[in-house]
Design a protein around this ligand. Sequence first.
Ligand code: ATP
Ligand code: MG
Length: 461
Amino acid sequence: MATRSLQRELLGWLLVPLTAVVCFNVWTTYESAVETADLITDRTLLASARVIAEDIQENDGVLEATIPPAALEMFASDPPDRVFYRVTAPSGLIIAGHPDIVVPPGQPAGLEPTFFQTMFRDQPVRAVAIAQPIISARNPGRAVVAVGQTLNAHDQLMTGLWLKALRDQVLLVAAAGLLGVFGLRRGLAPILKLRDDVIERDPTELKPFAVNSVQSELRPLVEALNEAFARIQRQMAAQRRFVANAAHQLRTPLALLKTQVGVGMREPGTAAKEEALAAADKSVDGMARLSNQLLSLARAEQGSSSLMKSAVDFQAVARDALEGLTQSALSRDIDLGFEAGEGEFVVWGHPTLLRELVVNLVDNALRYTPRRGSVTARISREGEAILLQVEDTGPGIAEVDREKVFERFYRSAEAGGDGTGLGLAIVREIVSSHDGEVGLSGRQPPPGLTAWVKLPAYRQG
Ligand SMILES: Nc1ncnc2c1ncn2[C@@H]1O[C@H](COP(=O)(O)OP(=O)(O)OP(=O)(O)O)[C@@H](O)[C@H]1O
Ligand SMILES: [Mg+2]
């Protein structure tokens, strides 16, 4: 697609209709210039014909027409025109002028003048014929006076009138165009400045732009831009916090590992060495889990659009996740169950992350439920959503804490064991990257906790 220019588009909207109006104007001006020139020519022709008609006299019973100089002087013009005249007696006899030139197309009706076009050689001639009543006993009737003129002066007058109008109109369009360009430049200056500011900005600089420097129509744009900057700033702050927290979390088990290895090396006995080695092994496991968690969190954090998603059978994923946890359930003597309703439970998502989600919820349920308790994972449909519930018979979470436990590295005071406080944060991140919802509620009947997740069901086609 060709790049669109606001400046060019606005100018187009201004100049194209203006040019159309001017074209129409020029055309009507041409018409009225022709009309004016015709009118002036016709008046002169008529005045000249009248002067000639008034000078027709009868001498000794013979009609005579002398052409007074005044009748021809009115035609004096630059460029000169040729003037023709012709006087016909009532009898039909030509008494002045040339018989072949300015022959009227017919007898003028009444006393009204008849205007007509004729040719002299290859030049067009405009002419008038008038009837002049003769009061005489011998030559009664009407004499006809015809006067014609070539159109040099007429055409020059017309062209002069028209060209002047054309020049004015063209000047008008040019002035409108120039003012338009000038106005647009001025009007667009704030947005162009904003563009330069954005381009020249230091990439780490996220200060908002001044809203007052742009026109009211552009304010929403600048405000949206500022909002985006604020969002990025918040995200960057969260990222920095996360990195700092993660570094801190990694440092503690590493220090522990170092101590355990040191103890192992110093201990002389094989049994003591083995004990230290087993402790170190456990620390390494913990660290491996932590790094996995950090990785999942980073991956889920990329957001919905950048994940490689496909149609995933959520029931199969959940079943698989639970199978991986049966050993840990057995070791704690917990009854781990899985229930799935009838039908398909397909979601559009990332299979590894979805598995991680189930593992984190079930792992919590197993971890915080006392021995001989029970944990049930259940999948069902709720309208357009697929609902996962993980229910346990543990101590539950106080209502005031149910929001806090989703924060990264947050662990409630009474939570024992060796968690890092990332499990639920990961769950929330995965749910939001799948456009779902997550929540915690008290198990019915108490005691215990129900963690639930709703994901949009995937519909084929
Ligand atoms: N099913 C549950 N029953 C009671 N308390 C829970 C349950 N699930 C989570 N919690 C509480 O919420 C806190 C946060 O859980 P989260 O899974 O985020 O972290 P964690 O389990 O402590 O560590 P990890 O990162 O290893 O999962 C836990 O420390 C625990 O206090
Ligand atoms: Mg956990």
